[in-house]
Design a binder for this molecule. Structure first.
Ligand code: ADP
Ligand code: MP5
Length: 259
């Protein structure tokens, strides 16, 4: 049986809604084989993040070596990377092993407000990891940090995408999940600008939407689908997973994945 292999490099979410767990569920739903390099372990649930334990860089390097020397992935996504040393270790490993079809979700702060990337990691992210990416997927807050401008509407999203993509070869997807009036995402490259439109679904349970979107994009890329179609399909996947209306936990609950 010929199956595509996907790697997530991210943090573990004990409640299973975001991070490694959301990624692997998304991979399985796309019928691809999921593997993981864990960067940090979080103690969290639908109400918030209690604590974070960053894995030693040596252990992260060993996980990467184990995966790449035996089962090189057809696509890779990164999520929570925590600190600049981890970012440098991962970028170096991806370069050395010629990792392709990389989707970078520049996770900075959890929906519940806990910092998942140290402030001094921003330049490592931009200088070392972004140049290797085929697609990066910031949310509104992350796009503000990366572009240096405030985003209040769709015009601001375009300006931010233009600024961010100045230093990139690949595509930028600015996710509009935190917009007030709609949930339109912007897919942007130096030559093209496309809107992925969606109504805001009235559901507070959106824990892990960003992780799910980037994992679905990576799954589609691994299956040989082009970037534009991969992002459109991924948007549809997340939308229907939110629409399921799963309601677990006391806070912002997770999505229901479709197997
Ligand atoms: N309430 C919602 N209704 C419809 N789509 C949503 C909703 N919340 C998030 N999304 C979609 O989920 C994906 C993740 O977006 P977002 O929540 O902004 O990312 P993050 O989890 O990184 O903050 C995007 O495609 C966004 O448009
Ligand atoms: C391990 C880990 N990775 C990523 C997120 C972001 O997800 P969200 O924005 O839904 O909180 C998270 N909360 N935990």
């Amino acid at each position: 049986m010929n199956i595509k292999k996907l790697l997530t490099i991210a943090g573990s979410d004990s409640s299973g809604g975001a991070g490694i767990q959301a990624d692997i569920k998304t991979f399985s739903a796309h019928k691809v084989y999921g593997m993981s390099v864990i960067t940090a372990v979080t103690a969290q649930n639908t109400t918030g993040v209690k604590s974070v334990y960053e894995l030693p860089v040596e252990m992260i390097r060993n996980q990467m070596e184990s995966v790449f020397t035996d089962m090189p992935p057809d696509a890779i996504k990164t999520g929570m990377l925590s600190n600049p040393e981890i970012i440098e270790c991962i970028s170096e490993g991806l370069l050395r092993h010629k990792g392709s079809n990389l989707v970078v979700d520049p996770v900075m702060v959890s929906t519940s407000g806990h910092r998942l990337l140290s402030e001094d990691a921003l330049s490592a992210l931009k200088d070392h990891l972004f140049p290797l990416a085929r697609v990066i997927t910031p949310n509104i807050y992350e796009a503000e940090i990366l572009s240096g401008g405030k985003i209040s509407n769709k015009k601001d999203m375009v300006d931010a995408a233009m600024e961010i993509s100045n230093k990139l070869d690949g595509w930028v997807v600015i996710k509009g999940g935190h917009l007030k009036e709609c949930c339109d995402d912007l897919l942007y490259s130096k030559d093209e600008k496309l809107w992925l439109k969606a109504r805001k679904i009235n559901n507070k349970n959106t824990h892990g939407t960003g992780c799910t979107l980037s994992s679905a994009i990576a799954s589609n890329l691994a299956l040989g689908i082009g970037v534009k179609k991969s992002v459109f399909k991924a948007k549809r996947y997340v939308n229907s997973a939110i629409r399921e209306g799963l309601d677990l936990g006391e806070g912002r609950g997770p999505l229901l994945h479709h197997f």
